[in-house]
Design a protein around this ligand. Structure first.
Ligand SMILES: Nc1nc2c(ncn2[C@@H]2O[C@H](COP(=O)(O)OP(=O)(O)OP(=O)(O)O)[C@@H](O)[C@H]2O)c(=O)[nH]1
Ligand SMILES: [Mg+2]
Length: 461
């Protein structure tokens, strides 16, 4: 009775819930469910119909009252016959339904196997299938938005446009240009150059979004720096809304970097609290200071905290000027802290670096206190992120590599053209670029790659 090609899995999250869905897909899906369902005769039912009844275990005892929904091939998520059993949620019913379906001939699905079948049956391309995984793993609403866009195929559309461009180029080189005739027409060469330039800039555009993609996936790195005792650890705790770092009146409290994640306005952040910057004879602290300086250089955002009562000293001002000049990716904000201790002291203005003041201590209990700061963060970060069109942000490491290889191939074609090589050589480069693009959407791919991609999925997807 076993039908190895018919797979089943619980599609919903474990735990307490009103409902859960157990999904079965494959040539025998309807048969398998029919064998353990008391209600309508499923084999005789139309596609896209729902039926109330009882799901039975191997002994024929009732497990749960369920609703069974039929989707006949090819009009289903996987392109095969699919049956969804909606039962009650919780720890038992879905598990027992699953066990019964397996006892009646289905096999437990591998991770991502439903999506893999959808891909193999042409229901979605590979980039879209990967977007399903990204969506499940999305850790912020912005990352979620990008994955949804990819799922709808906007990104694949961009890739298709690029492929067309390259195909046109290939056709032009192979069919219209007569390289054999030694002197190719000037106008033709010009057109070739323009087409190549277009392809290169489309690829560059997509690649330029990979950094954005990484930020969306992994979080924007915000380093909190400043002199010892300025209130950096207090600010970290205020920003992440919990008591993450030790705060004490002793300067030099923080030594190791302390990281904490938080989502603010739909963006994911990795806040890093650092050792206070000062010259010190304490070796451990000195190492902390070195690490702090390095972290600041590598950050996306620097929140430079100082004590308003003490002001910024000349060394700090020089440091801020240096680091903002030498790290163009770094967005810096000067944060005058301990506002409660001063009257009417303006926040330091250094060149064009924006500044704000607050009382971090109050911020620990009252999110309103850090609001101007978080608003600045959201504005600054979304401004940078939105420079790239969200529908085509490349979040995926695998895609990035293929895009880079495609760009290298196009560049090599540009050089070949300048060096006056033959049309055959040009075609080789162009074909290589096309191959890379095909690997992203799955037109050209191998089983290992597929296995690797789908193993990232959870079972039931
Ligand atoms: N009055 C006042 N005190 C604050 C404020 N923020 C922090 N403090 C105090 O300043 C002292 C130092 O705070 P921390 O957050 O540990 O300072 P830090 O910059 O992390 O110091 P190091 O880890 O030593 O570099 C603590 O006693 C805090 O309670 C504030 O807004 N107002
Ligand atoms: Mg500290």
């Amino acid at each position: 009775m076993s039908t190895p090609n018919t797979i089943t899995a619980i599609a919903t999250a474990r735990g307490q819930a009103a409902l859960a869905i157990v999904r079965t897909s494959g040539p025998a899906a309807i048969d398998v469910v029919d064998r353990c369902f008391r209600g309508a005769d499923l084999a005789a039912q139309d596609s896209h119909t729902a039926h109330v009844g009882y799901l039975l275990d191997e002994e024929g005892a009732e497990i749960d009252q369920v609703v069974v929904t039929l989707f006949r091939a090819p009009r289903s998520a996987t392109g095969e016959d699919v049956v969804e059993v909606s039962c009650h949620g919780g720890d038992f019913a879905p598990q027992l339904v699953l066990e019964s379906l397996i006892a009646h001939g289905a096999r437990m699905a591998e991770p991502g196997e439903f999506t893999q079948r959808a891909f193999l049956n042409g229901k979605m391309d590979l980039a879209q299938a990967e977007a399903v995984a990204d969506l499940i793993h999305a850790s912020s609403s912005m990352a979620h938005r990008v994955s949804v866009q990819h799922l709808r195929g906007r990104y694949s559309d961009r890739l298709d446009a690029l492929r067309e461009e390259l195909l046109e180029l290939c056709a032009f080189v192979e069919l219209e240009l007569d390289f054999a005739e030694e002197d190719v027409d000037f106008a033709d060469l010009d057109r070739l150059r323009t087409l190549l330039d277009n392809a290169a800039s489309l690829l560059e555009e997509l690649l330029s979004t990979t950094q954005t993609g990484e930020k969306l996936r992994d979080g924007v790195r915000v380093v909190i720096g400043g002199r010892p005792n300025a209130g950096k650890s207090t600010l970290l705790n205020a920003l992440v809304g919990r008591d993450r770092a030790i705060v004490s009146p002793t300067p030099g409290t923080t030594r190791d970097e302390i990281e904490a994640e938080a989502e603010i306005d739909g963006l994911r952040y990795r806040f890093v609290d650092t050792a206070g910057l000062r010259d010190t004879s304490d070796q451990i602290e000195a190492e902390g200071v070195r690490r702090a300086e390095r972290s600041i250089q590598e950050a996306d955002v620097l929140l430079y905290v100082y004590d308003l009562a003490l002001g910024l000293d000349s060394e700090e001002i020089a440091f801020l000027r240096d680091v903002t000049a030498s790290e163009p990716q770094l967005a810096a904000l000067v944060v005058g802290n301990k506002e409660d201790l001063v009257d009417d002291v303006p926040v330091a203005e250094i060149d064009a670096i924006p500044a704000t003041m607050l009382c971090a201590e109050r911020g620990v209990d009252d999110a309103e206190e850090v609001k101007p700061l978080t608003e600045w963060l959201t504005e600054t970060v979304t401004d940078r992120l939105s420079r790239s069109d969200a529908s085509a942000v490349v979040m995926n490491q695998r895609h990035r590599q293929h895009l880079q290889d495609a760009l290298d191939a196009v560049r090599s074609a540009q050089q070949a053209l300048d060096a006056g090589v033959s049309g055959d050589m040009l075609t080789l480069d162009l074909r290589a670029a096309l191959h890379e693009l095909g690997a992203i959407t799955g037109e050209i791919t191998n089983e290992d790659v597929l296995d690797q991609i789908f193993s990232r999925f959870c079972i039931g997807k």
